[in-house]
Design a protein around this ligand. Structure first.
Ligand SMILES: NC(=O)CC[C@H](N)C(=O)O
Length: 225
């Protein structure tokens, strides 16, 4: 499985992802500058976290116009894997590969902490090593992580089982366990086909045993089976 990690000006989690895919999992990994367009050798495209273009305008709103995004959309439309983490999730919604939007956190603060999440759907390749209802802890670090979508879109996400992770320790959203105000406590979703995943929490920051938490590594590992 060959991974491609996209690098925008302002990305800051690109090396962390490559450390997981290449360093920990031994998979070939290529860093891809956002002005490149060739993804022909890549199986899994990862859009990492960070502050692409300094978060000017809106997180991810400028990055989505980078040349590599046209190729990423083609890659996704061919049914191949795309993962957007944090700023990557914001870029995927801006690019229209995932529905909804990420807006300012409810309390208007940047949040940096470990968040409990419940796995809601383990029926797609990305999450198949987790159990439905399993509670995992992943770091969150964002200022615009509040997931928003209109009522119809939310309903579609729920009925199509596109919600993969919710904040909190229960499958049913518990408002008191919601760190950023995301509707339905949504922390991660996929497209209807299940090949494109976007999530605000950082699985790559909870993968190396040296960091004391490996709850995130299964997300990268499942694709290798
Ligand atoms: N860790 C990240 O990717 C941060 C994303 C974005 N810059 C935000 O603050 O919301």
């Amino acid at each position: 499985m060959k991974f491609g990690v996209i690098v925008f000006p302002g990305s800051n989690c690109d090396r962390d992802v490559a450390w997981v895919t290449q360093g920990l999992l031994g998979q070939p990994t290529r860093m891809i500058w956002h002005e490149d367009t060739d993804l022909s050798d890549i199986d899994v495209v990862v859009i990492p976290g960070g502050f692409s273009y300094g978060d000017y305008l809106r997180c991810g709103a400028i990055a989505r116009f980078s040349p590599i995004m046209r190729s990423t959309i083609e890659h996704a439309n061919q049914g191949k894997f795309v993962l957007g983490i944090c700023n990557g999730f914001q870029v995927l919604t801006e690019a229209g590969l995932l529905p909804g939007a990420l807006v300012r956190n409810r309390d208007l603060h940047f949040i940096c902490e470990s968040a409990p999440l419940t796995v809601i759907n383990s029926n797609i390749p990305w999450t198949s090593e987790y159990q439905v209802g399993e509670v995992i802890n992943l770091p969150i670090a964002h200022g615009e992580g509040c997931y928003y979508a209109d009522e119809k879109t939310l309903e579609e996400l729920e009925t199509n089982h596109q919600v993969l992770f919710r904040y909190g320790t229960d499958k049913t959203p518990k408002p008191e366990e919601n760190p950023n105000g995301s509707l339905n406590n949504i922390a991660g979703i996929c497209n209807p086909q299940g090949n494109v995943l976007g999530m605000m929490p950082h699985p790559e920051r909870a993968s190396d045993p040296m960091l004391g938490n490996t709850d995130g590594i299964k997300l990268f590992k499942t694709l290798l089976r």
